[in-house]
Design a protein around this ligand. Structure first.
Ligand SMILES: [Zn+2]
Length: 361
């Protein structure tokens, strides 16, 4: 029986395979082309279905959860002690639009105007960091356009950080996606003494993990010391995300091996910690009236709206930062509202009417 079955089948198989070999030999290019097309089609199909799926799931999530779970709004309006809103800020249409635009498409048109020339296009196309060396002994109007023209309640001075402790702001992240967000102000405290942090900023730090800076420091007397010009990126926060009033996360990854951070669009201001607070306790005596006044005055000159003023603690994602401790946000905001908002501190790339950017060395 078995024998019979084999005898009947095998000639048929043999003949078929011979026929196939003949066809293959004659039409090899055709078969290959068909195979390549089929594989390409499969690949394209899977790509397309994945895109449709992700679009759909995003839309569904947005409808089901207008407030994404786990997202904590990181505006100063939300008190740090209880994590509950003191003043509920409804996302305005304007803010929602800003956030959406920032995430969807690069608004290069806004930046490629008269204040973009100092920006580096992307981390890959970063300018020579050593060209930042030229930025020593800058005049005060590189930190605040009208410095010297209007008298504030404070004394200002400039003491630029070592060039290893700050960098260019980027138009795109390391993957080439838009890195353009509206500016935010991030508040800090020094924890260490004024002298110790100034010493840190002016030291040569070749290793990434040692590089640190703020844009400005506010001493207990209320004196402001500018450390990094506002068009450059100060290294004030590591692993960090700003959640805007529309609950969208804003952050920029500038290196594949480092976590994303808010530095690319942040203006970092640090209050000098009182001497009795130079430790790792949760609270201290707080800041002087002069410090609040100078801080309110300086923030008013950045033009940054209330809902984009935040603290290091609120943007931190490393779980290690709690500064500024003992900060009286309602008092600060009441002082802030006493000053007219201007845009004398330009958190962009190039100050208008500023000296030409330094040439790469
Ligand atoms: Zn900090």
């Amino acid at each position: 029986m078995k024998q019979q079955w084999k005898q009947r089948i095998s000639p048929w198989v043999l003949q078929g395979s011979r026929q196939w070999m003949r066809l293959w030999g004659r039409r090899k290019p055709l078969w290959l082309a068909i195979a390549v097309c089929a594989l390409g089609g499969l690949f394209l199909g899977s790509l397309l279905s994945r895109t449709v799926q992700s679009t759909l799931s995003v839309t569904n999530d947005a409808v089901a959860n207008p407030t994404p779970p786990g997202l904590r709004q990181s505006s100063l309006m939300f008190t740090e002690a209880s994590d509950r809103p003191r003043t509920l800020v409804k996302p305005t249409k304007a803010v929602a639009r800003r956030g959406m635009v920032a995430q969807k498409a690069p608004r290069l048109d806004r930046v490629v105007g008269d204040r973009s020339t100092d920006c580096a296009a992307s981390p890959q196309q970063s300018r020579n960091p050593k060209s930042l060396m030229a930025l020593q002994n800058l005049p005060l109007n590189r930190f605040r356009v009208s410095a010297g023209q209007t008298r504030g309640p404070v004394a200002e001075q400039a003491n630029v950080a070592h060039y290893t402790n700050f960098g260019w702001r980027f138009l795109a992240d390391w993957k080439g996606r838009s890195a353009l967000y509206e500016p935010i102000v991030v508040l800090h405290e020094t924890v260490g003494s004024f002298e110790s942090v100034m010493n840190m900023f002016s030291s040569n730090h070749p290793d990434d993990e040692d590089q640190v800076s703020y844009h400005a420091l506010i001493r207990e007397s209320g004196d402001i010391v500018y450390v990094v010009p506002p068009e450059y990126r100060a290294y004030g926060a590591g692993d960090s995300v700003f959640v805007n009033a529309a609950y969208q996360e804003e952050t920029v990854q500038t290196k594949s091996q480092s976590p994303p951070s808010v530095n690319n669009f942040a203006y970092h201001i640090s209050l000098v910690t009182p001497e009795e607070g130079q430790n790792d306790e949760d609270t201290h005596a707080g800041y002087t009236r002069n410090q609040y006044e100078a801080l309110a005055w300086l923030v008013s000159k950045t033009g940054v709206p209330d809902d984009r003023i935040t603290t290091h603690k609120l943007v931190d994602r490393s779980g290690t930062r709690i500064d500024p401790r003992s900060f009286n946000a309602p008092y600060f905001l009441s002082r802030l509202h006493a000053y007219p908002r201007t845009q004398e501190v330009v958190i962009g790339c190039t100050l208008m009417d500023s000296p030409p950017p330094p040439k790469a060395t």
